[in-house]
Write a protein that binds this ligand. Structure first.
Ligand SMILES: [Zn+2]
Length: 302
């Protein structure tokens, strides 16, 4: 009898790998909130926020998450709210925690939108690092497939009378090419990794200057709800946290360069104790310091 119960429990926990629960954050937008940590076997790569826009007759998904199984679980949860066809999937940028659920939605007939930078970095069938980090049962079924349409400038679509705007950055911010999604009718900005709260960002594929510039652009917009790529806050918290961190990277790197401090000493000694409570400091901060130093070494702006 006990053996039977154990087998049943194992089977249940395998088929509910992610246990995703949508949270309604505006009239038509639902959020799946990820953890503010690095991808691991324990979290299955569920360390990213993904979003569903519900129109009268369909769904639009913004970022498909870290795996096929994640996308399937998200869909299962959303079907309980309304069982509508998924028309479009938007990928905000090329980092693979944000779009490895694509092939699940493609099987259901969705059209996949994303950047050319993503298509270039991840040709069909290429390997995604995420899949070697998470458990095989969470990675099962995930494939890198082609995007159907590229977003390469500001543009919009209208689905069931709901206008959905795409904001395309023509300068490097978090990656060489990033997209945000904006719904003017409810003033919600799904910002992808332009905005993080609770945890620090990664500069690896982006730019501190681009990050600061993007915040200026975001602050000019009429936004009520800021839906971030990572972290739980939907008010202006993310804007402040991003600006404080980028500004500190810029000021400290420029001062070190001006004072003739070499990069290794800078990385070892820069005082960022004000940020010690932000998540992912241990994982990303030292390399961010290095990237910031390199960016400002030959910088000629203000
Ligand atoms: Zn991300």
């Amino acid at each position: 009898m006990l053996k039977k119960i154990v087998i049943v429990i194992c089977a249940v926990s395998l088929s509910f790998a992610y246990d995703l629960k949508p949270v309604k954050i505006s009239d038509s937008v639902y959020q799946f909130l990820g953890k503010t940590e690095q991808p691991s076997k324990d979290n299955g790569g569920n360390m990213v926020n993904t979003y569903w826009i519900k129109t009268a007759k369909s769904y639009i998904v913004v970022d498909s998450g870290p795996s096929y199984q994640y996308a399937k679980d998200a869909h299962k949860a959303m079907k309980k709210i309304a069982d509508l066809p998924i028309k479009y999937v938007i990928n905000t940028h090329l980092h693979d925690d944000h779009w490895l659920g694509n092939n699940y939605y493609k099987e259901l007939g969705a059209t996949l939108y994303g950047t050319k930078a993503q298509a270039k970095k991840f040709p069909v069938g290429s390997e995604a690092h995420m899949l070697s980090v998470i458990k095989p049962e969470d990675a099962a079924g995930t494939k890198v497939i082609a995007l159907d349409q590229f977003i390469d400038k500001n543009s919009s679509i209208t689905v069931d009378n709901k206008k959905i705007e795409f904001i395309h950055f023509d300068y490097a911010v978090h990656t060489p090419e990033d997209i945000m999604v904006y719904l003017p009718s409810e003033k919600i900005l799904i910002a992808g990794d332009i905005l993080f709260s609770q945890r620090i960002t990664s500069i690896r594929d982006g730019s501190v200057e681009g990050g600061l510039k993007s915040l200026d652009d975001v602050e000019k917009m009429n936004v009520k709800v800021y839906a971030t790529g990572h972290g739980k806050f939907t008010d202006k918290t993310a804007i402040k946290q991003m600006r404080d961190y980028f500004t500190a990277l810029k000021m400290n790197a420029r001062k070190a360069i001006e004072d003739g401090v070499d990069i290794d000493t800078f990385v070892k000694t820069a005082d960022f104790s004000a940020f010690k409570n932000m998540a992912m400091m241990q994982v990303l901060h030292k390399s961010n310091l290095g990237f910031a130093y390199t960016e400002y070494e030959f910088f000629e702006g203000k």
